[in-house]
Design a protein around this ligand. Structure first.
Ligand code: ZN
Length: 600
């Protein structure tokens, strides 16, 4: 089956559904490529890896060099440039916990970028990858700094194992590695694009699409032109001059291809100092009615900092305002958004965002911010209610289609683990993002055994959260955690067999019979109609030299799942081992009648 991705000329019949699916998972080749050593322009880079990254990505130095080398082949072919890593150091920082903007600011404080062209900060990977590239990396527009997360997707291992169970572990691992490497290289190139003034594009193939896709394969010509202009104007000391910025603004303003994300373009132009314009993305964050009036310059300055992503500086500047008695709605709006973007788990986030949603309840965006803060505070069910509040307001405003807000709502549901609602909200949102969210939802459904769980949508966040921690424990093989989490899920969601099956099979496959007996008995007790529990108990009884105990379990299994040949074979052996030759003979006859082949 290894030849699957190359040999398609002569096929024997149709590919299996899994083969077709595996092909769709294969990432695109990013190109064009050239030997990086031919690149004329060298961009020197200093790299800092924070604690979480060093812990989470073993041999991070090697991985980074590979990531850079792969990106260099594309940069050499398209821009005649390459990145040269001049140093890799430990960064005494614990990043990747909240918005990456916080890490970008911290990186700037650590290393202003003197004497190099690029400063790269590596922070902890996300436990489960988000389709939004900006959750995985962030770069300073026409600057020197970028932060990148490690790319690991524990969930995807599980997803692939379940979806491609006919493939060997080696084949699945190869596919997983190819997908992660593609993602790493796409991310690095996307952020280099931002350093060089590229704007977001809609096609899935574009490296500058804000949503990651396995189809990403290159830069659009408009972005390459912009990047060449920025590169030509750039020296190690000066990333851009007023003249080069003006030329870039002029160029970007003039391009009008259908597939350019116009809001991203307007935002970049505004950020470079061109005509003022704000992206929809930012408009959703703070309601325009709350924008501080010109009468208060300080608030306006904070607002601008927020737009530039200077969260830390904005927060500091707002402090005196917050200490002066009860805040106005305008101050509250800024305080809520700044705290959420800084770190949604800080207590102030909840304080300001609750007050904001209470005082100015109409804008749906305020309820989305509140949901974020509530999630940060660990109050999942209230966060879900806040998101529903946002949805109610969005749905009732029929005069105005607000796809960006619907997408933000879908992402909020997604973060909370409300998978059904995330898919529904995404359908009203930006079409390209909707596809990504749908893929994510499918992955979670499969990995967390959601389809068999029989839950109401509002139960999903708690269940998915529990399933996620169980999956983590299973992956790490930590028995104590596995048992505690499985028992908790059994208590909270007695109707969901998936977690119990996974734990029973986990121990059984490792031949840990005492543990598997315990887990499989719980499975059989809660879900007597799941044949897998009965089979696992029988296997354990056999292994412990008690075939008589296996008989009843296997009779049950054959009855429940008569199409499973393995259960028949085991029952036959159990009959023979316990001296029930007659029963064994009868079983063999029934088997032959059913499957048209002899039982062995
Ligand atoms: Zn981007």
């Amino acid at each position: 089956m290894l030849g699957l991705f190359v040999a398609s000329g002569c096929t024997w019949g149709q590919p299996s559904p899994q083969e077709v699916y595996a092909r769709s998972l294969q990432p695109s080749q990013i190109g064009p490529v050239a030997t990086a050593t031919t690149a004329r322009r060298v961009l020197t880079a200093r790299v800092w890896a924070d604690r979480g990254h060093r812990r989470g990505v073993l041999t991070w130095q090697v991985r980074l060099q590979e990531q850079v080398a792969a990106a260099n082949r594309v940069l050499a072919a398209t821009l005649g440039a390459r990145i040269q890593v001049v140093s890799m150091q430990s960064w005494p920082h614990e990043g990747g916990r909240a918005d990456l903007q916080v890490d970008l600011t911290a990186l700037h404080e650590r290393d202003a970028g003197e004497g190099v062209d690029i400063v790269i900060g590596l922070v902890s990977p996300l436990a489960v990858l988000s389709p939004a590239l900006h959750d995985a990396g962030r770069a300073q527009m026409l600057g020197k700094h970028m932060v990148l997360r490690g790319i690991e997707d524990a969930q995807e291992h599980v997803t692939l194992r379940r979806a491609l169970d006919e493939f060997s572990a080696e084949e699945r691992n190869k596919l997983y590695q190819a997908r992660m490497r593609h993602r790493e290289v796409s991310l690095l190139l996307h952020e280099v694009g931002h350093l060089l003034g590229a704007v977001h594009m809609w096609p899935a193939q574009s490296l500058m699409n804000a949503q990651y896709s396995v189809e990403q394969s290159g830069f659009a010509p408009e972005n390459l032109t912009a990047m060449k202009m920025a590169l030509d104007a750039r020296t190690t000391d000066v990333v851009s001059t007023p003249e080069s910025q003006a030329a870039l603004i002029n160029y970007l303003s003039g391009i009008d291809a259908q597939y350019i994300d116009k809001e991203s373009k307007a935002w970049v132009v505004a950020r470079l100092g061109g005509a003022p314009a704000r992206s929809n993305e930012e408009r959703t964050q703070v309601d325009p009615s709350l924008t501080p009036q010109a009468k208060d310059e300080r608030l306006q300055k904070v607002q601008q900092m927020l737009q530039r992503g200077e969260v830390e500086a904005g927060w500091q500047l707002l402090q005196p305002q917050l200490k002066q008695g009860p805040p106005t709605p305008g101050v509250l709006g800024l305080a809520c958004e700044l705290t959420v973007r800084r770190d949604p788990s800080m207590p102030e986030a909840l304080q300001y965002c609750s007050a904001l949603a209470k005082q100015v309840p109409k804008p749906p965006g305020h309820h989305l911010l509140l949901a974020h803060a509530l999630q940060g505070a660990g109050q999942l069910s209230d966060a879900l209610k806040a998101a529903q509040g946002a949805e109610k307001r969005l749905a009732s405003d029929v005069q105005q289609a607000q796809p960006t807000l619907w997408t933000a709502l879908a992402q909020t549901y997604q973060r909370l683990g409300a998978i059904t609602w995330a898919g529904q909200a995404a359908a009203h949102g930006l079409p390209d993002v909707a596809g990504q969210i749908a893929i994510y939802c499918r992955q979670v459904r499969r990995a967390a055994w959601l389809d068999s769980a029989g839950l109401k949508p509002e139960q999903e966040p708690a269940y998915v959260g529990g399933a996620r921690t169980l999956l983590d424990a299973l992956r790490a093989g930590k028995s104590k955690q596995i048992d505690v989490r499985a028992a908790q899920l059994a208590k909270d969601f007695p109707g969901a067999p998936g977690p119990q099956i996974a734990v029973c099979e986990h121990y059984a496959s490792r031949k840990r019979w005492a543990a598997s007996d315990r887990a499989c008995r719980r499975l059989v007790k809660l879900h007597p109609k799941q044949a897998k529990g009965h089979v696992a108990l029988a296997v354990s009884a056999f292994a412990r030299g008690r075939p008589s105990r296996a008989v009843a379990s296997l009779q049950r299994a054959v009855k429940l799942s008569p199409g499973t040949k393995g259960a028949w074979t085991l029952l036959y052996s159990a009959y023979q081992a316990t001296g029930k030759a007659k029963k064994a003979g009868q079983l063999a006859k029934r088997y032959e009648a059913r499957f048209g082949e002899p039982l062995r």
